[in-house]
Design a protein around this ligand. Structure first.
Ligand code: V47
Length: 364
């Protein structure tokens, strides 16, 4: 018997495909974006979510370090960047990084996540030292650092082939690549909002190089600004195609646009319904991605809890001092304890599992 939401939303054909494990088409994606009945989309996404991950919801104990806010890309959605000379401008020294790490040294952190602006004054050695510094303070931590955009900059200053740069960063201690910087893989949105940095083809090429080098990465999409449902669907299809080729993506994280202090303060920002739909669409379209992550910093702990029934199987981590979303007006806390995360997961009816970056269970 058909679920009544599926029946009312006239999604029986997509339901059949989902139940049969069949890949959804671009057209299916567009229908799922457009159907008003979010409960129908959630029902479908939850079938895939439970098939892949059962009742588990992952979390990680991690620390974010945004090593510089100086950036020459001037993306219109970004409230984090500063130009040199700005009172807000900073670039952390290695001593600063050590201090940040020591502030939390008693916590059994699994992952250090480092992303930042594209600061043209930083030499190649800075990036290598950054990774080495983290490993010198925390030898066993997983270093997830440098988006595809930062990697393009690192290659520029290194003046070496990307394969060599990635090998040298790995030698220094880099373990994987976060998913940021993709924004929307659309030439129109690229031209309009982030023209100075890598566009769709460049981001996908860099991700391909990363995966070929043996490193895993994540992927993101920034939604809730000027993008269309066609562009969002194409973004998901492009990621799915690259994953077919490389199998290098671990998780997809939809990122909710926060307008405050950006050049787009006239936009209203995202709602819980938008956040949940992005999670569900991702779970349904990205059939070859093992994990869909709800980033609680951006969508709130409350919506993250609900998202565990809309396709998400991961709520990210404890997070310490994340600057990008908070510069853009997020009023979520800067960190949650492990107990907070576990309680959130259990309260939503899922089983909490602590993971490392590669989704291996961490023994309690
Ligand atoms: O690339 C910038 C986005 C990203 C705003 O890989 C904004 O595990 C919302 O990529 N409103 C960085 N978002 C964050 C990121 C990320 C986060 C969590 C986990 C992982 C992972 C990656 O933040 C940027 C950009 O797309 N961003 N400005 C803004 N105003």
């Amino acid at each position: 018997m058909l679920n009544s939401y599926i029946e009312a939303a006239k999604l029986a054909d997509i339901h059949e495909k989902v139940q049969g494990g069949e890949r959804l088409s671009r057209e299916d994606g567009l229908r799922l974006y457009r159907t008003p009945c979010l409960n129908a989309v959630a029902h479908l996404a939850n079938i895939v979510r439970e098939r892949l991950q059962g009742d588990v919801a992952f979390y990680v104990r991690n620390q974010h370090i945004n090593y510089t806010n100086i950036c020459n890309k001037f993306c219109k959605f970004c409230a984090f960047y500063a130009v040199p000379g700005d009172a807000r401008a900073y670039a952390l020294t290695m001593e600063d990084v050590k201090r940040r790490l020591h502030e939390h040294i008693s916590e059994p952190i699994q992952e250090v996540h480092m992303v930042a602006g594209v600061n043209p004054r930083l030499p190649y050695s800075y990036y290598l030292d950054l990774v080495r510094t983290v490993k010198s303070v925390r030898p066993t931590v997983h270093v997830k650092a440098f988006t595809m955009i930062e990697l393009a900059q690192i290659q520029r200053v290194a003046r070496k082939p990307i394969e060599t740069v990635l090998a040298e960063l790995r030698e220094a201690g880099l373990d994987s690549i976060p998913g940021g910087g993709a924004e929307v893989l659309s030439d129109r949105v690229h031209k309009s909002l982030f023209a100075l940095k890598l566009g769709a083809a460049g981001w996908l090429d860099m991700a391909r190089s990363v995966h070929r080098s043996g490193l895993k990465s994540n992927a993101t999409m920034l939604y809730g600004h000027i993008e269309s449902v066609e562009e969002k669907t194409d973004h998901l299809v492009a990621l799915r195609e690259l994953q077919d080729e490389t199998n290098g993506f671990l998780a997809y994280i939809p990122l909710a646009f926060h307008p405050d202090n950006s050049e787009m303060t006239d936009l209203p920002g995202c709602t819980g319904v938008m956040d949940l739909r992005e999670i569900a669409l991702a779970r349904l379209m990205l059939d070859n991605f093992p994990h869909i992550k709800a980033f609680w910093i951006m969508i709130s702990p409350a919506v993250s809890q609900a998202s565990l029934w809309y396709g998400a199987d991961d709520i990210d981590g404890t997070i310490v001092r994340e600057e990008i979303t908070h510069s853009a007006g997020a009023d979520t806390p800067q960190e949650l304890t492990r107990a907070d995360l576990v309680r959130m997961i259990h309260e939503s009816g899922r089983r909490a599992v602590e993971r490392d970056t590669l989704y291996r269970e961490v023994a309690a």
